[in-house]
Design a protein around this ligand. Structure first.
Ligand code: FAD
Length: 237
């Protein structure tokens, strides 16, 4: 098929998706973390009801023609139908490019919202571990964890400045941990070994890059936690 016909077909398909499936959110505010590649985006989603958000969800956002990326809403407010995304743009990709050009008033297209099926289960200790791409996920877990006292964990941060900002900015028991290796599993393992978690009634939730998630999963199993106590979700590899 020649390129011109293919392009026409693509445009037609894109129009159909645009008209029939895509919902629209509006960007209320964008905050770029100073000296960091993290972009924080407040969204208004007038076509989405949040009253039944009992699990951590993700939004499939249109970041370019025929290109979608998943991002995790956190800090949602069902009454105003608003939420915040935290997007790590420390790499080249259509999602990064898209996040970096967003500004107040821009429209964001998305194909609905789905559940990751992660929610803090009914146990006394919910421990979340993740990298920068899972800030939204970890904060969403915190929002769902009641009573709040059973929630804790650690979040990888690439630099000291972001660690300080994270501590100043958020009221959270999550500890920002400096990443000293590429994927971060060594840094988080070191942090884990300094903690004294109970072997019973503790559930770990691992999210972020797939290498980190799978390596931490292995280490926790070696420490004696069983498969049901470790909930893993790789975001990218
Ligand atoms: C359920 C779910 C929820 C997610 N929620 C979030 C979220 O809230 N925030 C968020 O930032 N991401 C989140 N992600 C990851 C996100 O969907 C994209 O995969 C990621 O942002 C990369 O998209 P991209 O187009 O920028 O880069 P891609 O074109 O997909 O990747 C380009 C290259 O960059 C590498 N790469 C991708 N992401 C990163 C990264 N964070 N750091 C370093 N290298 C990377 C890839 O390995 C690849 O080599 C989520 C993923 C899933 C599955």
């Amino acid at each position: 098929m020649n390129t011109l016909i293919l392009e026409r077909l693509k445009k037609k398909a894109s129009g159909i998706i645009g008209n029939r499936i895509l919902k629209t959110a509006t960007v209320l505010e964008v905050r770029k973390w100073p000296l960091s590649t993290l972009v924080e985006i407040d969204l208004h989603l007038p076509f989405t009801t949040m009253d039944d958000w009992n699990e951590v969800n993700y939004i499939k956002c249109k970041v370019a023609d025929f290109t979608f990326r998943d991002y995790t809403p956190s800090g949602w407010d069902a009454e105003t139908q608003t939420c915040t995304l935290y997007i790590d743009t420390n790499h080249k990709g259509p999602g990064s490019t898209w996040a970096n050009q967003l500004a107040q008033g821009y429209e964001v297209g998305y194909i609905g919202i789905k559940s990751t099926r992660q929610t803090p289960v009914n146990t006394s200790a919910v421990i979340c571990l993740g990298d920068e791409s899972s800030i939204g996920h970890l904060l969403a877990m915190q929002q769902l964890a009641l009573p709040a006292a059973r929630f804790s964990g650690a979040l990888l941060m690439g630099d000291e400045h972001s660690r300080n900002l994270f501590t100043e900015y958020f009221r959270t028991p999550l500890k920002p941990v400096l990443r000293t290796d590429v994927y971060g599993h060594h840094s988080l393992t070191e942090w884990l070994l300094q903690q004294s978690y109970n072997l019973e009634n503790t559930i770990f939730y691992l999210t972020g890059n797939s290498t980190m998630v799978s390596q931490l999963h292995k280490i926790l199993k070696q420490q004696g936690y069983n498969h049901n106590q470790i909930k893993s979700q790789g975001f990218w590899s």
